[in-house]
Write a protein that binds this ligand. Sequence first.
Ligand code: NDP
Length: 481
Amino acid sequence: METRNLIAGEWVAGQGDVENVNPSDLSDIIGHYAQATEIQLDDTLAAARVAQAAWAAYLPERKQAILMAIGNEMMDRAEELGTLLSREEGKPLAEGKGEVYRAGQFFTYYAAECLRQIGENADSVRAGVEIDVRREPVGVVAVISPWNFPTATASWKIAPALCYGNAVVWKPANITPASAVALTEIIAKQDIPPGLFSLVMGSGGQIGQRLVESPQIDAISFTGSVPVGKGIAAAAIQNLTKVQMEMGSKNALAVMDDADIDLAVTLALGGAFGGTGQKCTASSRLIVHHAVHDEFVEKLVAGAKAMKVGHALAEGTQMGPVVSDEQLRENLAYVDLGKSEGAELACGGAQLEMPEQGYYMSPGVFLNTTNAMQINREEMFAPLTSVICVGSYDEALATVNDTNFGLTSGIVTRDLARATHFRRNARTGVVTVNLPTAGTDYHVPFGGRGDSSYGPREQGKAAAEFYTTVKTAYISAGTPS
Ligand code: NDP
């Protein structure tokens, strides 16, 4: 059966559909997903405008109860929805379930925030005048989300958008539509005005482009690649639409000469190969002090070789397939590029034959690389990582910062002074000490610098900056004081 889009509060068929295939087993067809038409998009944008005004007038406890119900249902159904997510995206089941549970937490966190929307007040510089500063919804928000965290990324945008009184039109990645439909079904059955929340599945270049060009939207929250992000920003500026974008990265983990090497190896393996390396927070550059280089590399390569690659839903799988044939081809091209640049491929980086036909490759480690190599400059979004050997902490820090990106960075050290210096001088939006570069909390800001991010931060209370607009009211009693 063809799955439908949620348009102006109704589930409607689209113009054709796309087939959703399990990357762990290409014979497993998950379903066919309707592609929204431009007319449907226009209809739902008009309905969103009306619904947003009604939603903004809901009292805070009513909004809070709705977001809480969405979050609780997602957490209760984490096993079932996580299985669906892993089946269509390819991450191991534990990661799929964890993602859905975390997505639920975004809704329960922002449910509570519905009751914490407190403004500021001030005395005016003019006698008898008081000032009230409060936040109001920005309006209709377009959410454009990627496939690598199909539920969590969308949820950390949708939950605050609704919390702060906005309507949402969601264009999910076309390669992971099943998770999008599942989340939409949970939201749609709540006590919300028809049209407050819409699902418009379709290709980014068509329905996505039409959405971001629409003067009917007030804000766009996007996560994806840098070129698409730049195109969206260019479209947004035509209508002066507010934008928030999380894009690529080239995160570094610096392993110092005083590091606990076993800890460093565990962090590097998890950071590089978790989610098959398809994470904006992946540890794709391992910057290692020469004094511990050989020991670190030996253990890292042994760990990478020992990783169990397999079907996302199979017990014991540590790394699933990559998401698509296109992504697999790009990854293998990066392996060739790395070798041609002079990097030594110590292990992995090869397509794997498995009992089921899928997009499998082995986790790859490049050695003897320099930070100038293209494999260390471009986001690969692959289960590939590079070791860069450095002679000192200063060189490590300079190498961490020598990138166009700036999302996350980490240091492994037992030296408090170094850890403190690194925390203050790494030019990234997120910095970790003796922790992976991947894996963040939901109640604090998330975002980066350089080409990694543009616009206000996501998550935690920081999300209010993007999803609201500030109103400053001056009030006089109307009589001379
Ligand atoms: P894209 O940037 O192409 O896609 C991200 C989202 O944007 C998807 O929903 C996509 O839709 C949509 N989109 C694409 N083109 C447009 C457009 N013109 N207007 C509006 N929306 C659009 O990323 P990909 O999924 O193709 O991945 C390519 C690379 O991007 C990865 O290899 C990785 O390097 C990077 N990436 C980074 C992410 C991160 O978190 N840092 C996340 C995802 C990707 P659709 O998928 O339907 O085309």
